[in-house]
Design a protein around this ligand. Structure first.
Ligand code: NAD
Length: 257
């Protein structure tokens, strides 16, 4: 897929899609800066992955943290080949007429500003090499909406706009920019689907399975494979693209996140 030794920053690496992507990349010879606000699971993952992984406490809403992640990739591992701007929260939820503005702003700070900052600092360190790939994580909510998740839907639509705009800007600089759009995936973000027992991942998986072809749910590893493809040379002619990995979910009417 890629030359061994390539370097990535993965945001949201402590859990779900980010953790699965970090594992897959390291398994294929990459070195990865694991960026997340959750320090303990990051350290645990770094211990599992060995010297190819560098855990870094990063709040993607804060520019200095994101800048440090890109700089650490360069100073510790020599360069940055992939920025996977993936950290996200479901965030503010409920009827719009009672929406709490602080909660909405906090959602956008992570889900939109965080992706913007990740792109900005990836571009800063990639442009001198005229090489690199940025992959962002959007959601079917960006295009389908979803009752109550206005803040999340808006942020994920914003991520698509950012992706296409920045892809056009960075194309002449040898930097590709794409999005993955996961369908409902079996990660802790969806644990609340098993109402009454937020830790009941088995029940969550059952509910998620019903949203695809019914054979199995979408796993974080499915999304990781798509990210690795977009990051690799097989995707050299792919930029400004949204790769949907949803087991047919967007073809079935229903809720989205
Ligand atoms: P998850 O909750 O398992 O992981 C999200 C990670 O982001 C967590 O480790 C969390 O600590 C981290 N994070 C949250 N705020 C952060 C911040 N300010 N700075 C740094 N890290 C922060 O969820 P996931 O399902 O793996 O979600 C990954 C991405 O995929 C998100 O952007 C999410 O919106 C998107 N997504 C998920 C689904 C799904 O069904 N799970 C569907 C579509 C899109």
């Amino acid at each position: 897929m890629t030359a061994s030794g390539d370097v990535a920053v993965v945001t949201g690496a402590a859990s779900g899609i980010g953790a699965a992507t970090a594992r897959l990349l390291v398994g294929r010879g990459w070195r990865v800066v694991l960026a997340d606000v959750q320090a303990d699971p990051l350290v645990e993952l770094a211990r599992e992955l060995g010297p190819a992984a560098l855990p870094l406490r990063v709040d993607v809403a804060h520019e200095a943290d994101v800048a440090a992640a890109a700089d650490q990739a360069v100073s510790v591992f020599g360069r940055l080949d992939l920025m996977f701007a993936n950290a996200g929260v479901f965030g503010a939820y409920g009827p719009i007429h009672t929406a709490d503005l602080a909660a909405v702003d906090a959602t956008w700070a992570i889900d939109l500003r965080g992706v913007f900052l990740s792109m900005k600092h990836a571009a800063r360190v990639m442009r001198p090499r005229q090489h690199g790939v940025i992959v962002v994580t959007t959601s079917p909510a960006a295009v389908a909406g979803g009752v109550g998740n206005h803040a999340y839907s808006a942020a994920k639509a914003g991520v698509l706009g950012l992706m296409r705009s920045v892809a056009g800007e960075l194309r002449p600089h040898g930097i590709r920019v794409n999005a993955v759009m996961p369908g409902p995936t079996a990660t802790p973000m969806n644990a609340d689907l098993a109402v009454g027992d937020v830790t009941a991942m088995d029940r969550t998986i059952e509910l998620l399975q019903a949203r695809t072809d019914g054979k199995r749910p979408i796993f974080a590893e499915d999304i990781a494979e798509a990210v690795a493809f977009l990051a690799g040379p097989a995707a050299e002619m792919i930029t400004a693209h949204t790769l949907v990995v949803d087991g047919g979910f967007t073809a079935i009417p229903g809720d989205s996140r």
